[in-house]
Design a protein around this ligand. Structure first.
Ligand code: ZN
Length: 219
């Protein structure tokens, strides 16, 4: 009887002892975890501001896929595009972005009417990535934005600016071509077909999601 009680008592003692050891160990571990990140932040102050940022960004990341429209809108708000056709006033623009086109397509672009040969200028700084003769677009230019997130597309050009070449860097306002009616514009329907695509891969300039240039050029 007594030996059984002693055994139970000893087992309890051992259990409590183990608990104390485990708790002490966990406290020390969490203490190390707390102190360790503090050391690099205090010793290296430039990395200090970088350390807190991964935490907020990692909490933002899950939000990004569920709200994909938000980043481009915030992003294009800082674009400050200029009218890609010389002499055209924002008030002359018509929003034709959602107009339907042949074969069930949506326009996804803006048409800017102008007389034949009117200079077409780069809407923003960037790089000419492709000069392409397209059946629909006629003489066309693909321009990548400086941050490589957007592709500007200029179509139905009469011709390119002299010496324009792929890989060339252009500044906003630089003449890159002239308004024409090439491609499927229709003879005498002189206008610039202008679109802006948000691209995930700058090397695949023909892909991407088109955003409406109208509000960006209107303001
Ligand atoms: Zn068009």
């Amino acid at each position: 009887m007594i030996s059984a009680r002693v055994r139970v008592f000893l087992a309890l003692l051992i259990g409590i002892g183990l608990l104390v050891v485990i708790v002490a160990f966990l406290q020390r571990r969490s203490g190390y975890y707390r102190s360790n990140p503090n050391e690099p932040t205090s010793s290296a102050s430039p990395s200090g501001p970088a350390n807190p940022s991964p935490e907020p960004s990692s909490t933002r990341d899950p939000e990004t896929p569920s709200n994909p429209a938000a980043p481009p809108i915030g992003f294009v708000g800082t674009l400050n595009l200029i009218m890609p056709v010389a002499g055209v006033h924002p008030n002359q623009l018509l929003d034709t972005f959602t107009d339907s086109r042949s074969e069930g397509r949506v326009h996804d672009a803006i048409d800017i009417s102008a007389t034949q040969g009117t200079p077409v200028v780069a809407a923003a700084d960037g790089q000419i990535i492709k000069l392409f003769q397209s059946e629909r677009g006629g003489t066309t230019i693909y321009q990548l934005s400086t941050d490589k997130k957007l592709v500007f597309y200029y179509a139905h050009l009469q011709r390119y600016a002299d010496g324009l070449s792929e890989g060339q860097t252009v500044r906003q306002g630089e003449i890159i071509g002239f308004v024409g009616d090439t491609g499927n514009a229709g003879a005498g329907n002189y206008h610039l077909h202008f679109s802006i695509a948000v691209v995930s891969d700058p090397k695949r300039h023909w892909e991407g999601t088109n955003i409406n240039p109208y509000p960006l050029l209107k303001n």
